[in-house]
Every structure is written in C-alpha cells, then in structure tokens.
Design a protein around this ligand. Sequence first.
Ligand SMILES: O=C(O)C(=O)Cc1ccccc1
Length: 280
Amino acid sequence: MNIGYLGPEATFTDYAARQLFKEAKRIPFVSIPECMDAASTGEIDAAIVPLENSIEGSVNLTIDYLVHETDLQIVGEAVVPIRQHLLVHPDNMEKWRGAEQIFSHPHALAQCHKFLHKEFKGIPLENMSSTAAAAKYIKKHPERNIAAIANSLAAEEYGLVAVTQNIHDYSYNHTVFAVLAKEGHEFPMSSTQESKTSLMITLPSDRAGALHQVLSAFSWRKLNLSKIESRPMKTGLGKYFFIIDINLKMDDVLIPGAIAELEALGCTVKLLGSYSSHKV
Ligand SMILES: O=C(O)C(=O)Cc1ccccc1
C-alpha cells in the first residue's frame, strides 16, 4: 500500500503516517494539494494531511481543497501530540540567540508566537511548506545563522541541534491528521478510539432560522456534534457552507434520517466521510 504525505521526511504528517500505517510505503509530496491530487488519480492509495490544530484551528487549505477540488473522502483520522523545538545547524549552536531569520510551516510559527515575540522580537519569520522543509533548508545553509521550528524527528533526520525544546505556547498542542482516499477504499487501522461522520452542508439562501433548523435535525435525534465550522463558498461575500462532525459512524437510520430532513429543508448535504479516530 502506498501512502502519500506532506513531506519531506520527518514532518509531523510523516510521524502520523508512520504511526497509522506501519507496513505501508510512504511517499512524500511538497504540498497538500499535490498529495491529494495523487490520491485522486490513483497514484497513491491514500493521502495523509493536517486538518486541524488545537492552538491554531483548521488547516483551511486542506478543508477547501477537499471540498472544492477533489472527490476524496475522509477514511480515518489520527490525533497526534505536537512538540515544537528550535533547531539550528551544529555550526551555529553557540550563537543561535542571534539568529537572523526563523523558518517553519505557518501553523508551527503561530503555535510558538509568544516564544518568538519574547525571544526573537523583530526577527523575520519565513513560511515554508512544512516544518521538515524548514529543517532541511537549515541543514543546507550552515553559513547562515538561521533556525527552524520543527520536531525531534526532523532534528535527527537533518542532523540539527534542538537548542530550545517545547517552545509551543500552550502545553496542550495536538493536531488532527486526515486520511483521504477515493470512495470505497477500506483501511485496516489499529487502536480505534471513536467514530465520526463529517458532513458538508449548504443552507438555502436567505431563510431566517435555517441554521437553527439544521441543528434541530441533529438535536432531536440526540446526535452529538463535535464540530461546526463555517467556510466561505468562494462565490461571494457572506456565502458560507458548514462542516459538521457527528460523533457516530454512519448508521442505517439516524444519520440518513437527519440528512433527508436537511434536504427537505432545502439544504445541500455532502458526506465527507464516516471513519474512525485514532490517538497515536
Ligand atoms: O509541517 C509539518 O510538519 C506538518 O506536518 C504540518 C504541520 C505543521 C504544524 C503542526 C502540525 C502539522
């Protein structure tokens, strides 16, 4: 089995892939859309990409690409603890406090905002496609006094030194990674914790109380929701769709009943996936 992930080697996504798919061949991609496209075309069996972080919120690129650009479904998710460290080239380990630029994925920079504000005020931050891409760049440029924010796997992989550990601003820092595949793909994944069903819902336009009616379709069936999030439709200001997560695997009665009720209200409903969540 071939699993694509946001690379290069030693990203947090790579760590999630290693934990979930111990036997699979892992293939790195330079961006989330490229990884998802490869799953759509069948080049890989599944894509694993970051979906949501407990400090920074949703990875909008993943949600928007999933909804607007692909036919993929969510077939599983992994919840991974995230520890961010400041990594430098061994040549620079004595002078890292004078680093002139700090590189990382935008989510990682945001997770360490307070640390950066305190220790590196005014120092330029550079967005990279992933934390490991930042670490790889630092490895290639020993002549520059620069640093990356990345994990200990990346420190090992790229021969860097973690000069300050656990620099994320809140000790509870977890990211959810989604496993995406074409409809009908079943994945053997171990240690199931809980089940979820994710729906994308578009409301009928300009109807007072439409969202209230949507929520009541779940509420009177006692369907527990774990997430409701709105994202722009990208067709005009004020036009949004909703992502709703139900804490239950797709069944024969309750969820189909709720979907039928929503459609009768004039909503459009798309199943994004019904899957298991794994704590790794
Ligand atoms: O850049 C990475 O290592 C990723 O896998 C994306 C990411 C970035 C920051 C926190 C969690 C995941």
